[in-house]
Design a protein around this ligand. Sequence first.
Ligand code: SF4
Ligand code: SF4
Length: 208
Amino acid sequence: MPPIPGSGLAKGLAVTLRTMTKKTVTEQYPDVQPELPPRTRGVIGLFEENCTVCMLCARECPDWCIYIDSHKETVPAAAPGGRERSRNVLDRFAIDFSLCMYCGICIEVCPFDALFWSPEFEYAETDIRELTHERDKLRDWMWTVPAPPALDPAAEEPKEIAAARKAAEKLAAQQQLEAKEQREAQEQNDAQQQPDAQQSDAQQEGQE
Ligand code: SF4
Ligand code: SF4
């Protein structure tokens, strides 16, 4: 059947009328900040303390835009007769956001929870070299990472938190013990010094 003349125009006008009556979805950025979902992929933050320099993120990054330098340090044996250990020390950690495609693979593969998404996105630069964020800048992004959702009250305590709590309790107990030993040593010292002082007073009185 041949098309009715003017039907295309009528359809177009119908779409225009429908759209005109709908609520506008245009964001008035930058005058109004957009409301972003909590899991927005804006920028990557580095929690350096958790990084063991395993290089997994740099190896898996499809864009090769993570740059890591490190050196090895020898850690003395924890107990007498034990063996010395060597550990990696981070010298440089940088991400080139001019190459990054925000796939999130680095964050997924990090076995030590050292990388996180932050929803911050306002870091455009006029010089492309400034888009390589070094470790200090990556650390600063950490403070913009939203807190994880609350755990189910019936859930088991996560093993990382349990391990951290035990380590903190052990350290606190050790510190208390040391403080107690110091107090006792001080008291003994004071008790020894008192008779000596009394003796010297008595000697002085005898001479007089
Ligand atoms: S988000 Fe993807 S592209 Fe960007 S640094 Fe991580 S792995 Fe590389
Ligand atoms: S994968 Fe994680 S722990 Fe390993 S080097 Fe990358 S950030 Fe550090």
